[in-house]
Design a protein around this ligand. Structure first.
Ligand SMILES: *Cc1c(COP(=O)(O)O)cnc(C)c1O
Length: 354
């Protein structure tokens, strides 16, 4: 796509590809033979390189470790039937990366560094893009502050790295989720719309508490009133209520997911009424009680569409419809999967063949 920057390449002399078993691969544990790296110093991005995946030397005083100036992205590369590799909607991830960077007082990353980094990494590790159905190569761009200084201020230096990790299908069991009314993921004026490290750190404790009660995941509510639904875990959440697809409107506390946006486009295209608005806990619970809530699911890059089977709220557990009856979400999930894998026409120009 872009071919203007010089990327230095150091090949891995001990490649692991041939000895890696892809079947039943756990999410995010195995990395490809290489990674992409660039440094921000003296106000510019430099030292663009591909190098063997592995540890990097760092000062223990880097500000990312102490004050959390760190952001990331997540996207996937798919194997097309003709053997080529395509990355899904990388332009959206790039855009969001800089929105996150801006909120965390980090430097803008030029589009060519992001895109060329992805292209160079896939170029050298193409053999790692799985060919099996429902498998993909997960790409993880990350930027973090590297200045060795304990002063609380934006770092002067940063590293941008892209890792790649082959992933298989997420488990398909419908989840038992708890509507969380004590802890929150995000708040007005905060950083919920940014993909920044601290958002995930703060969610671990409430998640562990919910797991102790037997839940698989949380549905977050707004911090002021706990009456509005925001997201599910680290994914956006959608419902089919009275035949309409409803989802919380994105804003300061709700991350603007690429999968969410994609599903909305596909749903509208199928003639389904979509409402992006405030979604109240009350209407969802009422719908679960009277049967008008026919589908509930979480959407994100890692798992695409994850069905929600049971919702816990205020000490009660509400059983939702069987996953097999959920024609809207399963239909859209299938269409999305077919587009990404090049099995149907890419009508919206979402696939970037690298
Ligand atoms: C990454 C993420 C999502 C999903 O975004 P996608 O672009 O669809 O992967 C949703 N919510 C949170 C909090 C996230 O971090």
């Amino acid at each position: 796509m872009i071919d203007t920057l010089q990327v230095k390449i150091t090949e891995n002399s001990n490649p692991r590809l041939a000895s890696t078993e892809f079947k039943d691969i756990a999410f995010g544990k195995i990395f490809t033979d290489h990674m992409f790296m660039a440094d921000f110093e003296d106000g510019e991005w430099k030292n663009l390189q591909i190098l063997p995946y592995g540890p990097i030397p760092m000062s223990p005083a880097i500000s990312a470790l102490h004050y959390g100036q760190a952001i990331f992205e997540g996207m996937k590369a798919y194997r097309l039937p003709n053997g080529e590799v395509s990355v899904f909607r990388a332009d959206k991830n790039f855009e969001r990366f800089n929105i996150s960077a801006d909120r965390m007082s980090m430097p803008v990353l030029p589009e060519e560094v992001f895109m060329q980094g992805v292209a160079a990494l896939i170029g050298i590790d193409k053999g790692w893009v799985p060919t099996q159905e429902n498998y993909a190569l997960y790409l993880r761009p990350v930027m973090f502050a590297t200045e060795s200084s304990l002063g609380v201020k934006p770092s002067e230096t940063y590293k941008f790295i892209i890792l790649a990790s082959p992933t298989g299908p997420y488990y398909t069991k419908a989840l038992k989720v708890k509507i969380e009314t004590k802890y929150t993921r995000a708040n007005e004026g905060g950083v919920g719309y940014a993909k920044t490290a601290g958002n995930y750190a703060r969610s671990l404790y409430p998640f562990a508490e919910a797991q102790k009660e037997g839940f698989d995941q949380l549905i977050w509510t707004d911090s002021a009133t706990h009456t509005l639904i925001e997201e599910s875990g680290a994914a956006n959440v959608m419902f089919v209520l009275d035949g309409k697809l409803i989802t919380p409107a994105v804003g300061e506390t709700i991350l603007n997911g690429v999968t969410r946006d994609t599903i909305i486009v596909l749903a509208k295209n199928k003639g389904i009424t979509v409402e992006e608005r405030k979604v109240t806990v009350n209407e969802i619970i009422a719908g679960a009680k009277n049967g008008t809530l026919t589908e509930a699911f979480a959407v994100g890059t890692a798992a695409t569409v994850t069905q929600i089977g049971e919702i816990g709220y205020d000490g009660e557990l509400y059983q939702l419809s069987e996953s097999t009856t959920r024609i809207i979400s399963t239909g859209i999930a299938k269409e999305l999967s077919d587009i990404r894998n090049g099995l149907v026409e890419d009508r919206f120009g979402w696939n970037w063949v690298v």
